[in-house]
Ligand binder design. Structure first.
Ligand SMILES: C[S@@+](CC[C@H](N)C(=O)[O-])C[C@H]1O[C@@H](n2cnc3c(N)ncnc32)[C@H](O)[C@@H]1O
Length: 274
């Protein structure tokens, strides 16, 4: 499950990610993740691979901005995060070597990023190290591509037009989508018990053109496609996405994904195992 894709964006694309991708898709998942954990006032929260910060901001609504830290490897994402919510602490760092002390956070969250880490188990061990005894590590990832009735046909459309670079990034999204395999990763990282929830999100787009703008133009796909390839994708997207059209022409596309929660045991059993 090692990834060679790490979802890297330049600053203009990071702004587009915040403006388009986050409201269309991931703001809903941040609410789900924070609710699943039951974040409460006074808890210290770490958001790993925070991107432009939607999970950190959502947790801060409950815990307070001063209790939340976001870490991401990409300074362009962090620059947008800091512009949007300067009161939160934003730190550059690698999920494989988090720049935080042992046992600092009550809750460690990681949304839609585990599949981009070269070693997911090592990253989960790091999240465990960052958590207090009795803390919670919670991850959200997209489910398997075969369980995505909207994104599956769109990936098939892109695969007909795009080169291997584009398919590499598109394929990476679903790489942690097998729930049993995901639970095994948590077990390998040493979590004594995990709980999981499968959720079907509703991604919203104003039109098929908007769908392509969000899914291609505010992601690393944009840099992997020629103008001709992008034009062909635009031309065919409306037909492929027709089953998800609402009466007003907007689209509601299901995104199936998993939330997995691991609890660090007193004595840091998760840390010692593996
Ligand atoms: C799809 S974005 C998700 C961002 C955010 N969690 C959200 O829900 O909007 C994936 C993020 O993972 C970050 N990332 C990828 N590899 C990383 C690593 N090794 N360490 C820290 N962040 C990483 C990328 O820079 C990017 O911001």
């Amino acid at each position: 499950m090692a990834s060679t894709e790490s979802f890297q964006l330049e600053e203009a694309a990071a702004e587009a990610y915040e403006a388009k991708f986050v409201p269309a898709m991931f703001a809903e998942w941040a609410q789900q993740l924070v609710a699943a954990v039951g974040v409460s006032p006074g808890q210290r929260i770490l958001d790993v691979a925070c991107g432009t910060g939607i999970v950190a901001r959502t947790a801060a609504e409950i815990a307070g901005a001063g209790a939340v830290t976001g870490v991401d490897i990409n300074p362009a994402m962090l620059a947008v995060a800091a512009r949007v919510r300067p009161e939160i602490s934003w730190v550059q760092g690698d999920a494989a070597a988090l720049p935080v002390q042992d046992g600092t956070f009550d809750v460690v969250l990681c949304q839609m990023a585990l599949m981009f880490f070269p070693d997911a188990v090592a990253a989960l061990r790091e999240m465990c190290r960052a958590a207090v005894d009795g803390g919670t590590v919670a991850v959200a990832v997209p489910g398997r591509l075969e369980d995505q009735p909207g994104y599956g046909p769109f990936v098939e459309l892109v695969s007909r037009h795009a080169g291997s670079g584009a398919m590499s990034v598109l394929g990476a999204y679903w790489a942690c989508g097998d729930l049993e395999e995901l639970k095994r990763l948590f077990a390998q990282a040493g979590f004594p018990e995990v709980e999981s929830h499968t959720h079907i999100g509703k991604a919203k787009y104003s039109s098929a053109a908007d769908f392509v703008a969000v899914e291609v133009e505010s992601t690393p796909l944009m840099a992997r496609l020629t103008e001709d390839q992008l034009a062909s994708i635009h031309t065919e997207a409306a037909a492929v996405l027709q089953p998800f059209a609402e009466a007003d022409g907007s689209l509601t596309v299901p995104l199936q994904g998993h939330l997995v929660l691991g609890h660090t045991s007193t004595g840091h059993g998760a840390r010692q195992a593996g």
